[in-house]
Design a protein around this ligand. Structure first.
Ligand SMILES: O=c1ccn([C@@H]2O[C@H](COP(=O)(O)O)[C@@H](O)[C@H]2O)c(=O)[nH]1
Length: 234
């Protein structure tokens, strides 16, 4: 299996117990995955937990989806960079000025700056939900619209569903990174995710990084599921 394929999996560490999370992480190698810390674990355990994962050698995606005024978001991504994370994100719907100020704030970190990406349309949303928000575009049209704005603002990529990956690679080029949650290995429960794909479909469609949480973390044997997923995309 190639090293590059292995590092495409970002495991969503969504636990309410730090010890359980760390026991799991200690069975993993930084060569076989990266880790994502989101709102639940960051709210419980904060920067100290993130730093512990980094000290164990893992690349960490801090998935806090900042969405606020430009000054506040610029300061928040600066704090994330000081923590040493590999990737951090904002909501594209926070606007062009917010995204470009956040990107500029990271310039001071040079080649140590984390990748900055923007959430387009959450993978838990379908067109019915978009209509409720007053968005009449299809999910794909809205994702492309926001991704173009993120690229214009200088961001490194977007969070989208793998269902939009092919169209985004065509519209925005190969170097613009696509981070795709809503990944469900064959036969696993979709849960609250609406726009889903299997790991292999996602890679074949052009996803750069696959975010996988519950199908791995809630499995009886999470390490085996990770290894099966890595094999399926190798
Ligand atoms: O559009 C988005 C953005 C972020 N997420 C996050 O990814 C994981 C997915 O976990 P699963 O258990 O595999 O569903 C989770 O941490 C979300 O907060 C997303 O799902 N969709």
């Amino acid at each position: 299996m190639s090293f590059e394929h292995s590092k495409k999996i970002l495991i969503a560490l969504d636990y309410d117990d730090q010890e359980v999370a760390l026991n799991f992480v200690k069975q993993l190698s930084p060569d076989t995955c990266r880790l994502k810390v989101g709102k639940e674990m960051f709210t419980y355990f904060g920067p100290a937990f993130v730093k512990e994962l980094i000290d164990l050698g893992f690349d960490v995606f801090l998935d806090l989806k900042f969405h606020d005024i430009p000054n506040t978001v610029a300061k928040a991504v600066t704090a994330a960079a000081k923590m040493g994370v590999w990737m951090v994100n904002v909501h594209a719907s926070g606007g062009f000025e917010m995204m470009s100020k956040a990107k500029s704030a990271l310039e001071q970190f040079g080649d140590k700056a984390p990748l900055l990406i923007a959430v387009t349309v959450l993978t838990s949303m379908d067109e019915t939900e978009l209509k409720r928000l007053g968005v009449d575009k299809s999910a794909q049209e809205q994702v492309i619209y926001l991704a173009k704005l993120a690229k214009e603002a200088g961001l490194d990529g977007v969070v989208c569903s793998a269902q939009e990956a092919k169209a985004l690679k065509t519209e925005l080029g190969d170097s613009f990174k696509l981070v795709t949650p809503g990944i469900r290995p064959e036969g696993s429960d979709a849960g609250d995710q609406k726009r889903i794909m299997t790991p292999k479909q996602a890679i074949d469609s052009g996803s750069d990084y696959l975010v996988i949480g519950r199908p791995i973390t809630q499995a009886d044997n999470p390490v085996k599921v990770l290894s099966d997923v890595n094999n399926s995309i190798a």
